[in-house]
Design a protein around this ligand. Structure first.
Ligand SMILES: [Zn+2]
Length: 429
């Protein structure tokens, strides 16, 4: 927002709420519009709840306050709420971390589970309202834009899930629904992994359907790519830069290897390249971090890069083998550059999700979610249905322009309700 109206409005409104305008407007019209925007939020329990949770910062590892707020709200709706404490890691100044697990009465093992995450990426960006209005100040309610960190990812999903569940229970108090709001999705999946290993995730599974909330632009997701991370490490020998032949540059060694790894995207699997698939297209590789050397006049003895691959097919071990082989072949296995996969259990294979509910567009996405952190123990028995759906676009989700419209949030409530009722119909009690 680079409009000069920001300062005028800040004075007018005395809040962080701002309006964006293509055309200058009279102050009276601006004030009126501002009041209208506020009224839209205040008059809607969904939009008010969404505002309240977006206004509470909850960057990963600091989810406590928003978790407490959600617990209080759900208590007030006469739901049973459990705090699922995540054991600490012993880090200094660690805050209490917990998942929020919710159900009706004593139905601790409901048939249908809806879940999303309550942590966000940094930095915190305050809540604000923006209206794409015309000269007259008129605008469509559903086009009202709500900006702020988490407004999309994933507090848009959290709010829509809660209101879809409340409306469903209002119409059908016997609907067997549970809600799980977990922490740490943006970082390590700690919350979902804790749930996965807990007594709430039994063998065989007690739930038959699980609906994950993430920004999918209101489409059902047929699947998402998997991912692995690894380090590429070069060891050289330090020397005075005036006598480089006395040393061995780790940076000169690592650069061509990294370039070769980038090319694996476009090389066929048969020729040693990364795996592609019809559903997801190419696996892609990103060199996200690169460091090495000490000073301009020292031949660098050490360099390392951190690399991630988004997997379009195969297992995590398949891709690790491809990377290992490519580096071995390129360097002739001389040990000048090596790959460190660290925790070999890490990473996730591509995930395939259900899309068998009519009336939704179907897409695939390239980002990871909690889906891969939840082990569902349904081997050899009827598969648990897994859906991935939510309001807002991933393209703004981690950006400084994260924002969602009123229309998207309200449509998501309807979308979740349709997914719930399809699940209730498929598995009548
Ligand atoms: Zn997310």
């Amino acid at each position: 927002m680079k409009s000069s109206h920001r300062s005028i409005l800040a004075v007018l409104a005395g809040t962080t709420t701002v309006l964006s305008a293509q055309q200058p407007l009279g102050e009276a019209v601006q004030q009126q519009t501002h009041t209208k925007l506020e009224e839209i939020i205040i008059s809607s329990p969904l939009l008010s709840f969404h505002r309240n949770i977006v206004e509470i910062p909850s960057i990963s590892e600091s989810e406590k306050n928003v978790g407490e707020y959600i617990i209080d709200f759900l208590h007030s709706q006469n739901l049973t709420v459990e705090k699922q404490i995540i054991p600490g890691t012993g880090k200094e100044n660690e805050k209490e971390r917990f998942n929020v697990y919710v159900y009706t009465g004593e139905n601790r093992y409901p048939d249908i589970l809806l879940t999303s995450h309550i942590d966000t990426v940094p930095p915190y960006i305050p809540y604000s309202l923006h209206s794409p209005f015309r000269r007259s100040g008129a605008f469509n309610r559903e086009d009202l834009v709500i900006a702020g960190r988490g407004s999309v990812d994933a507090k848009g999903s959290v709010a829509a899930i809660i209101f879809a569940a409340l409306e469903t229970l209002n119409e059908n108090p016997n609907a067997s629904l549970g809600l799980l709001f977990d922490v740490g999705e943006e970082q390590s999946g700690a919350g979902m992994r804790h749930f996965s290993d807990s007594d709430l995730n039994l063998t065989p599974p007690t739930y038959h359907t699980i609906i994950f909330g993430e920004p999918t632009e209101l489409s059902l997701v047929a699947g998402h790519k998997g991912g692995i991370r690894f380090k590429v490490i070069a060891n050289g020998k330090a020397a005075h830069s005036g006598y480089p032949w006395l040393g061995k540059s780790a940076i000169s060694a690592i650069l061509p290897v990294l370039q070769h790894l980038e090319e694996l995207e476009d090389i066929g699997f048969e020729d040693g390249g990364l795996i592609s698939s019809e559903l997801f297209g190419k696996s892609t590789l990103n060199i996200g971090l690169l460091s090495g050397g000490l000073a301009a006049n020292v031949v660098p003895a050490y360099a390392e890069a951190t690399v991630s691959v988004r997997l379009a097919g195969g297992s995590t071990n398949d891709t690790r083998r491809i990377i290992q082989r490519a580096v071995d072949r390129f360097t002739g296995g001389d040990g000048s550059v090596v790959v460190d996969f660290g925790d070999l259990e890490g990473g996730a294979a591509p995930q395939y999700l259900d899309v068998d509910v009519d009336g939704f567009d179907v897409i695939t996405v390239n980002y990871g979610t909690d889906v891969s952190s939840l082990d569902i123990h349904d081997e050899g028995i009827k598969k648990v249905k897994r859906y991935l759906y939510g309001p807002g676009s991933i393209h703004v989700a981690h950006g400084d322009n994260e924002a969602i419209t009123v229309g998207e949030l309200e449509e998501a409530v309807e979308g979740y309700k349709r997914l719930i009722s399809a699940a209730l119909e498929k598995y009548p009690r």
